[in-house]
Design a protein around this ligand. Structure first.
Ligand SMILES: *[C@@H]1O[C@H](CO)[C@@H](O)[C@H](O)[C@H]1NC(C)=O
Length: 498
C-alpha cells in the first residue's frame, strides 16, 4: 500500500495547493487540512479491499495511443483497377482510394474509410510487417488518378492527415485496354484420353488465344488450385502442356500432359488467354477472380496401370519370371491358338470363333537353337520331337528376314517362334515390330521378339535345362497395324523386316 499512500499523498498535495489558493479567498487552512485527511483515510480503506477497476484490455487500449506507420510500396495500374502493395508496422486495416488527378485534393480519413467522394476504393486486413494488396476498384480506363491510403491499428489509432498526404501517389494512369471481355474455356467431348504415362485433355475456347493445362497428383488429400502464373509457367505442377487456339481448328485443342505416373489419380487445372491478353479470370482489366481457375478443375483422372501387352512367362525350377515381348505383325492374322485335337502338334487353326482373342501358346517347351550357324535362316533345323505337346523355337535375330525364320520354324514343326534381339540400345527405345509385309497372311505360326538382355538370360536357361524349360507366350490384344513411327495407346511402331 506504500505506493498507493504515496499516490494519495500526491493527490492531497495537489489539492492542498488548491486549498492554499482558496485560502486567499478566506477559507481556513487547518479546517481544510482536517477535512482532507478524513477523506484520504476513508479512500485508503476502500481502495485496499477493492478489486482492480481497470481491465487488462482497457489498460492495453490505454497503453496504445500510437498510430501505425504505413508504407505504400508499389502501385500497379490496370484498366479498371489499381493494385496497391502496402505494409504497416502494426496489425489493422488499410484503406486506399483514388481521386481524379488534380494535384491538390487530399481525402480525409473518413472519406478513405467509406469511399465518400472517391472514384474508387478498397481495403485490406493487414498483419503487422507483412505485405498486403489493396485493390482500388471501380476506376475508368485511360484516366489519371491521385492515390492515397489510410491505416488504423487494432486500437483504432489512425494515421494523421499529414501521414495520409505522405502516402500520395500522384497521377497513376489506368491502362487503355480495348477488349475487356474474358474468354470462356471449357472441356469438350471426348474430354480426355488416358495412357499409362500421359493424359490428353480436350478443350474449347470462346475465341482465339492460348490455353495452358497442368496435372496435379492427388495422393488422397486433394489438390490446391494453382495460380494462373503457376499454370502458365509450369511452376509446382506434375505435368504441363499448352496449345494455341484458332478459329481454323474450331477453337478446339488437345493438350498432352506427359511424364505422369502409372495408375495414379490427377486433377487437371487450366488457364486461357485471348489474343488481347484477357485471362479467363478477368485479368488484367479487372481484379483476378480465382474462382474461374478453381472452376477449371477436372478432378480424378487416372492414368492406366502398367500392363505388358505381350509377354513370355518362363517356369523355372523355383518360381517363374515374365519378360516383355513384341509380337510380329502376322500374329494379328492368326486366330486364337488352340491345342490341335488328334494332332501331335499345336497349331493356330482356322477357328473363326476365336478371332476376338489373340494368339496364346500355353505351357510350351522351349527349344533353343540360338547357336545355329545360320540363325535358322538355312540348312538343317532340328525338328521338334515326335511326342505330343507344343514347342517354341528360340533363335537369334539376324542374317535373314523374320518371315524366313518363321517359315523355317513352321516347317520343322514348331508352334511358335521367339527371336532374341541383337542390340541393347534399342531403336527409339522399343523393340522392332517384326513384319513379313505382304506375306503376313502366309505365315501360320505366331512369333515374338525379346530384348537382348532378357533374351540372353533365356538362352542360358534353355542351355542348362535342355527342352524341359516351359514357357507361356501371350498377346493381350491384337496390336493394330499403323504407319512406321506412328504411335497409339500401345506405343510407338518401329517396323522391321529382318
Ligand atoms: C467470380 O466467378 C464466379 C464463378 O464464375 C462468380 O460466381 C463470381 O460472381 C465471380 N466474382 C466476381 C467478384 O466477379
Amino acid at each position: 500500500m506504500a505506493s498507493l499512500r504515496a499516490l494519495l499523498g500526491l493527490g492531497f498535495g495537489l489539492r492542498l495547493c488548491g486549498v492554499l489558493a482558496q485560502d486567499a479567498l478566506g477559507f481556513k487552512l487547518e479546517e481544510a487540512l482536517a477535512e482532507h485527511l478524513k477523506i484520504i483515510y476513508a479512500m485508503d480503506e476502500i481502495i485496499q479491499d477493492a478489486p482492480p477497476r481497470v481491465s487488462a484490455q482497457e489498460r492495453q487500449l490505454q497503453a496504445d495511443t500510437t498510430p501505425p506507420s504505413l508504407n505504400v510500396l508499389t502501385v500497379q495500374a490496370y484498366i479498371f483497377h489499381i493494385l496497391v502493395t502496402v505494409q504497416m508496422d502494426e496489425t489493422g486495416i488499410i484503406y486506399c482510394g483514388a481521386v481524379l488527378h488534380s494535384g491538390s485534393y487530399t481525402p480525409s480519413a473518413y472519406e478513405l474509410k467509406t469511399g465518400t467522394n472517391l472514384k474508387g476504393h478498397g481495403s485490406v486486413n493487414a498483419a503487422a510487417n507483412t505485405r498486403s494488396n489493396v485493390v482500388v476498384n471501380g476506376l475508368s480506363a485511360s484516366t489519371s488518378y491521385d492515390l492515397f491510403c489510410y491505416a488504423e491499428d487494432a486500437s483504432f489509432n489512425g494515421i494523421s492527415n499529414a501521414a495520409i498526404l505522405a502516402t500520395k501517389k500522384p497521377s497513376v494512369i489506368t491502362a487503355s485496354g480495348g477488349d475487356y471481355v474474358a474468354p470462356v474455356l471449357k472441356y469438350v467431348a471426348p474430354y480426355f484420353t488416358a495412357e499409362s504415362q500421359a493424359l490428353y485433355i480436350n478443350v474449347e475456347m470462346s475465341e482465339d488465344g492460348t490455353v495452358w493445362s497442368v496435372a496435379l497428383k492427388d495422393s488422397g488429400s486433394g489438390t490446391t488450385v494453382p495460380t494462373s502464373s503457376a499454370i502458365m509457367n509450369n511452376v509446382g505442377v506434375d505435368s504441363w502442356g499448352t496449345h494455341p487456339i484458332a478459329a481454323q481448328q474450331l477453337y478446339k485443342a488437345t493438350i498432352r500432359l506427359g511424364g505422369l505416373q502409372e495408375d495414379t489419380v490427377y486433377d487437371i487445372y487450366s488457364f486461357a488467354r485471348d489474343m488481347s491478353g484477357n485471362g479467363i479470370d478477368n485479368t488484367p482489366a479487372y481484379p483476378s477472380n480465382v474462382t474461374k481457375i478453381a472452376e477449371t478443375k477436372f478432378a480424378g483422372l487416372r492414368t492406366l496401370a502398367v500392363w505388358i501387352p505381350s509377354k513370355v512367362s518362363v517356369a523355372y525350377a523355383i518360381g517363374s519370371t515374365e519378360y516383355a515381348l513384341e509380337p510380329a505383325t502376322w500374329n494379328t492374322h492368326l486366330p486364337k491358338c488352340l491345342p490341335g485335337v488328334g494332332s501331335s502338334h499345336f497349331r493356330c487353326g482356322p477357328d473363326l470363333e476365336s478371332w476376338s482373342t489373340p494368339p496364346v501358346l500355353t505351357n510350351s517347351q522351349l527349344v533353343s537353337l540360338a547357336s545355329h550357324a545360320s540363325a535358322g535362316c538355312s540348312g538343317h533345323l532340328q525338328a521338334t520331337p515326335p511326342a505330343s505337346g507344343t514347342y517354341v523355337l528360340l533363335l537369334r535375330r539376324g542374317k535373314c528376314a523374320f518371315a524366313k525364320k518363321a517359315l523355317q520354324a513352321e516347317r520343322a514343326g514348331y508352334s511358335g517362334l521367339l527371336l532374341v534381339d541383337h542390340q541393347t540400345n534399342l531403336d527409339r527405345g522399343v523393340l522392332p515390330d517384326m513384319t513379313a509385309e505382304s506375306q503376313d497372311a502366309t505365315i501360320s505360326i505366331p512369333a515374338w521378339i525379346i530384348g537382348k538382355t532378357n533374351g540372353e538370360a533365356l538362352v542360358l536357361a534353355a542351355a542348362s535345362s535342355g527342352i524341359s524349360l516351359r514357357v507361356t507366350l501371350t498377346d493381350q490384344y491384337r496390336k493394330p497395324r499403323l504407319g512406321n513411327l506412328q504411335s497409339d495407346l500401345y506405343g510407338l511402331r518401329v517396323y522391321a523386316t529382318q
